[in-house]
Ligand binder design. Structure first.
Ligand code: AMP
Length: 144
C-alpha cells in the first residue's frame, strides 16, 4: 500500500494511511513471511493442530504419507533465532505438541522423523522456524 505508516501501539502494529486504521498485524507477525501468513490465516493450509503459541499444518509437497510442519506463531527465523525467553515455547513444542501430533497421526508407535533444516547448508527454504514431522513409512539414512 502506498504511503503506509507502521507504528506500534499496545503490542500491535497498526498499518494505516496516517488517518484511518486499515489493518492490524500481531506484534509477532512478519508481513512478508509465508508461515506467518499461514499462522494468521491469511493464506490457507490444512491445519492439524493449533493452540495459542503453535500451529501445525500439512506440507504442500509431502515427502512421506504423513508430513506435517509445526511452527511457532511468533516469527523466529530458525532454531538459531530462539532466545532465552523462548525456552518455554521450545519446550512446549518438544514436550507437548510434537508427541500430541504424532499420536493424532497414528505414528507414535511406529516412529517418525523430525527434521529442522537450518540455514544454507541445511537447505532451509522458509525462514520461519519449522519442525518437519515425517512418518507413515520407513525412513532412509543418511539423508540426502
Ligand atoms: P524447508 O525446506 O525445511 O525450509 O521446508 C519448507 C517446507 O515448506 C517445504 O517442505 C515446502 O513444501 C513447505 N511449504 C512451502 N509453502 C507451503 C505452504 N503454503 N503450505 C504448506 N507447506 C508449504
Amino acid at each position: 500500500m502506498k504511503g503506509t505508516i507502521w507504528r506500534k501501539s499496545h503490542g500491535a502494529f497498526i498499518m494505516g494511511d496516517g488517518e484511518s486504521k486499515v489493518e492490524y498485524k500481531e506484534w509477532f507477525g512478519m508481513s512478508d513471511c509465508i508461515f506467518c501468513k499461514i499462522a494468521q490465516k491469511e493464506i490457507p493450509s490444512t491445519v492439524v493442530y493449533e493452540d495459542e503459541q503453535v500451529v501445525a499444518f500439512r506440507d504442500l509437497q509431502p515427502q512421506a504419507p504423513e508430513h506435517v510442519l509445526v511452527i511457532p506463531k511468533k516469527h523466529v527465523e530458525s532454531v538459531l533465532g530462539l532466545q532465552q525467553e523462548d525456552k518455554d515455547l521450545a519446550a512446549h513444542i518438544l514436550v507437548d505438541v510434537l508427541p500430541e501430533i504424532a499420536k493424532q497421526l497414528g505414528v507414535d508407535a511406529s516412529g517418525f522423523r523430525l527434521v529442522v533444516n537450518t540455514g544454507k547448508d541445511g537447505q532451509q527454504t522458509v525462514k520461519h522456524l519449522h519442525f518437519h514431522l515425517l512418518g507413515g513409512r520407513s525412513m532412509q539414512w543418511p539423508p540426502g
